[in-house]
Design a binder for this molecule. Sequence first.
Ligand code: GDP
Length: 401
Amino acid sequence: IQEADLVLFLVDAKTGALPQDKDLARSVRKINSKIALVANKIDDPRQLALAGMPEMYGLGIGEAHAISAVTGRGAGDLLDAIYEQLARQNRPPQAIETEESLRLVIMGRPNVGKSSLMNSILGEERVIVSAIPHTTREPQDTTFEWQDKKVTLVDTAGMRKRAKIERGIEEAGIERNREALMKADIALLVLDANEGPLGQDQFLAGLLKNAGRGVILVANKWDLVEDKKTWTSDSFEFEIRRAFPFLAWAPIIFISAKTGQRAEKVLDLAFTIQQERDRQIAYNALQKLLKTAITRHKPVPYSGPKAPRIYDVVQIGVKPPTFEISVVGDKIGIHESWIRFLEHQLREKFGFHGTPIMIKARNIAATSIKGADNKKKIKLEKAKHPWARKRRPIGRKGGRY
Ligand code: GDP
């Protein structure tokens, strides 16, 4: 108990907290104050009230997390709570080293060079490509070793076969692409460097928008670009950035799948992005960043005159990195513009190159904050800035996150 970062104190919710539980809770608390109360055997949602019985609070360990160890109900929420608690203690859980491979999916409209890229990544003997499009022979996912690391190429070739039969590539392709994307860590969106982004490219990019996957924009057929000047890649990049503003965080790499130029760099980049997706930021570092961000740009509410007070920001997940902002008060939300500002600050400070990051906001009651009398503190802040009441939100319609 002494050595634990967190003690889970289990109580049988069916019998309720008994005197023995109370004695035990008292002795455990003396040894380690970091305890989470777990009310077990709540197999049926109708029994949820059992977790909120007064004698549960009487144990002095705070609110109980309702779970059913048998059915697994509530286990996910408990895990989230554990993660958050450990992150707050600056002890974020470490990822377990597994033999898992990095899963890549190659996306792109027909003829853009997907099979050729696959070919140059894998080597001739694995995938056969001819000058005629739609000739990928490998129907299954392919796992291979690259520099002692495992890589899996998730297959979307079946999609193209089907499209050939049924016609209408876009309709047939969407679901297959979406499915393949969900199985992958990182998507390589292959584009033709000789053409600007077309409708189909736009469509596939749209799939990547909220998928939570890492993205590399691969501008292929660079060997065909005539008269290359230093600004040629810049102007292509400019067009891409304008067409896919929602993928601003995704790197662009110029390659030739045919000659193999920079094709291996794609794998290098994919591994770098995977690390970024796994990155965990310490609680204290996040609070420091939050403080600076608030000084630079006061949080904006999504409606109403009240400026939101942010208690803290915690990283609650990886792949993609996910953060949660705790906002003090019941119905106060943060305007999207400010969330985007915070995202910008997080990227500036910590990178997260090639991966989306998610930022959620939740409301916490002022009374749930430990320490000083916060209600009073909030009032004092308001009194100091009477003009804050007159403040108008930047946009009338803010979203929720
Ligand atoms: P997919 O339909 O996206 O899989 O495209 P393919 O890989 O089948 O390529 C379509 C055509 O473009 C083939 O004739 C390839 O040889 C050619 N191609 C692919 N990549 C390149 C490249 O980098 N440079 C050149 N010059 N041709 C390429």
